[in-house]
Ligand binder design. Sequence first.
Ligand SMILES: Nc1ncnc2c1ncn2[C@@H]1O[C@H](COP(=O)(O)OP(=O)(O)OP(=O)(O)O)[C@@H](O)[C@H]1O
Ligand SMILES: [Mg+2]
Length: 245
Amino acid sequence: MDRVPTGIKGLDELLGGGFPEGRCILITGSPGSGKTTFALQYLYHGAMLGDTGLYVTLDEHPDLVKRNLQSYEWDLDGMEKKGKLLFIDASGLRRAKTSENSLVSTYGSPVDVADFSELLKTINKVVEGENVHRIALDPVTTLMLRYVEVLKRRRATVAFFDALADSGCTSLITSELKTSLMDRRFQLEEFLSHGVVLLHSLFHEGNIVRAVQIEKMRGISHDTQIRPYQFGTTGIEVFPRDKVF
Ligand SMILES: Nc1ncnc2c1ncn2[C@@H]1O[C@H](COP(=O)(O)OP(=O)(O)OP(=O)(O)O)[C@@H](O)[C@H]1O
Ligand SMILES: [Mg+2]
């Protein structure tokens, strides 16, 4: 299986080269664990290699997302100007209940969003029109919370993951992990994605330790240990040979 380098220092070593190409990978972690950093680091690194990346924000306006990541040594604006990094602002979906939602895309004119299926259409249009290779959708939790009914939520989640897998891109979806490592209930998204990367905050010998674990990655062999990671000036760095416990 062809691999897509992640751009996360140390992580490719755990994956034997990178994410499996064309797959849909879930990045799940607690608040502040680095999900947004992970997503944009992946796209930015891809853009530097020549892959056009699409970031879909369901949380904050793209300008705010970029501002939050200013402390990293990444020229996100420069990449956007070159057309190698594209943003879709779907943060309106978080608030909206009716069909009057407005989806503002930096690509083309604003689109009306009746439902998240409209979002999928917009994503597909941009993917085809701009020859996108990498997608990051951050965070999916917001989108899924719109569905109170479990069955509807399940259907919507399946449709969403299928559509991303069909796009031909190697996609990342982030989700919020609400439980701790030891007392954990698996989330629906984890079963539906081809791969799952967990970002943990662990309490060890009186300290909080940040640690990453590849829970699953269909079709490839990978490291399964819990490995420490840190935030640095270039984003997340994983220490692939170190152990936490
Ligand atoms: N330049 C930096 N150096 C070190 N750590 C940083 C730097 N910039 C951000 N961080 C760390 O990254 C964390 C936030 O990362 P990020 O926004 O990617 O997390 P998140 O999981 O997306 O958060 P949320 O749950 O709020 O969406 C901050 O809490 C901070 O600890
Ligand atoms: Mg975030």
